[in-house]
Design a protein around this ligand. Structure first.
Ligand code: SAH
Ligand code: SF4
Length: 378
């Protein structure tokens, strides 16, 4: 059976090589070729013996999803639609900033958790992504960023972007957020293996602080993540009390806020950062009043945290509206005055529907379950 080497972290690759009678240290060389040199052709891996290259090409491939659309927004945000077979599509988004280049990575085709305000949740669930499909998003992004960067005449680039730090961040992914389509912790094993590759010095070598998993609050998986692969954690809170959160984030009916905050406290014992990021989508007239802010401040009193307010991003047939800039400002100021570090997420890539919660891809719902049935099944 042909295996896809993009499915392996270092440990998996070592097992694979040892089984074919090769030395474990070859894994490091191969990881470097694949992930640092973006090489998918075994014949080009010049420091591997000819017979190993032949063995590899007979037994394995390096295969990533196919890019079916590639859009760049006016603000530089770039969105790729990737085909993952059976008519399904996923999306990943690259957000260049002054000192970093962040890739927003998808973890599932669709999502079973059906949050009321999320385009992915509205589409239902098809399947988990494989490790190769998750890591492949990063592989492809780097490949295309480098290629397009090299195509630009250097003089023009230097005139546009004089700062070398900026030049680096627009040509490579420096940060990952698992905030694309899907709930990463519902695809636990594949996500952890993919995280291992992102962190491995012989592959992408990203620090744990630069890799963020965002979760709607799957408590048992949060506890497993902190033991297996503690990276930075963002938790989608979105409401200051259970009745409202039950409605907006239905998984709350299973894992209510009090238990979720206790899990955040536990996570912090192993986390690479000394705070949890709480994401809070700003929905006009739903969760954005001064009294919601007061309730929220009281709620998170004991959890070292920062807030990231996300202005709601509308999508076709969404029943919510974005809070006004004024309500967002008042809400932020109240949190800040209470000593909570709070940022408002800039809405990037608006014109190509690349913002949080707008990633639609193409999902054929396979489960046909109700949200309640989905939650029970998780
Ligand atoms: N499933 C994970 C990660 C993917 S969503 C999670 O829910 O955390 C990334 C972030 O975007 C989450 O905080 C999510 O709640 C938020 N989001 C979803 N739909 C949105 C929308 N339409 N507008 C703004 N934020 C949204
Ligand atoms: Fe799934 Fe996250 Fe969307 Fe909720 S917000 S439906 S958990 S992707």
């Amino acid at each position: 059976m042909t295996v896809n080497l993009l499915d392996y972290d270092r440990e998996g690759l070592i097992d694979f090589l040892v089984e074919m009678g090769e030395k474990p240290f070859r894994a490091k060389q191969i990881l470097k070729w694949i992930h640092q040199s973006n090489q998918s052709d075994f014949n080009q891996m010049s420091d591997l013996a000819k017979n190993l290259r032949t063995k590899l090409s007979e037994s394995s491939v390096i295969a990533m999803p196919q890019v079916t659309r590639d859009h760049t927004a006016a603000d530089g945000t770039r969105k790729w639609l990737l085909s993952v077979g059976s008519g399904n599509g996923i999306e990943s988004v690259f957000i260049p900033e002054a000192n970093r280049g962040t890739l927003c990575v998808s973890s599932q085709v669709g999502c079973a958790l059906a949050c009321a305000f999320c385009a992915t949740g509205k589409q239902g669930f098809n399947r988990n992504l494989s490790v190769a499909e998750i890591v492949g998003q990063l592989w492809l992004a780097n490949k295309m960023l480098v290629k397009d960067f090299d195509r630009q005449p250097l003089a023009k680039m230097q005139a546009d972007i004089a700062d070398p730090q900026i030049m680096y961040s627009v040509r490579r992914v420096t940060n990952i957020v698992m905030m694309g389509m899907g709930e990463p912790l519902a695809n636990f094993e594949n996500v952890v293996t993919a995280l291992n590759v992102m962190l491995d010095d012989h592959a992408y070598g990203l620090s744990r602080r630069r890799v963020t998993v965002s979760t709607s609050g799957l408590i048992p998986a949060m506890d497993r993540l902190r033991k297996r692969c503690p990276v930075a954690l963002a938790v989608s809170l979105h409401a200051p009390n259970d009745p409202l959160r039950d409605h907006l984030v239905p998984i709350n009916q299973k894992y209510p806020i009090k238990d979720l905050l206790a899990a955040c406290q536990r996570y912090l014992q192993d986390a690479p950062r000394d705070f949890i990021t709480f994401e809070y989508v700003m929905l006009d007239g739903i969760n954005d009043s001064a009294s919601h802010a007061r309730e929220l401040i009281k709620l998170v009193r004991d959890v070292p945290c920062k807030f990231n307010l996300i202005p709601f991003n509308a999508f076709p047939n969404s029943e919510f509206r974005r809070s006004s800039s004024e309500s967002i400002r008042v809400f932020r100021d109240m949190l800040m005055q209470a000593g909570l570090m709070t940022t408002v997420r800039k809405t990037r890539g608006d014109d190509i529907a690349a913002a949080c919660g707008q990633l639609a891809g193409r999902v054929y719902d396979k489960t046909r379950r109700t949200a309640k049935e989905n939650i029970e099944a998780i």
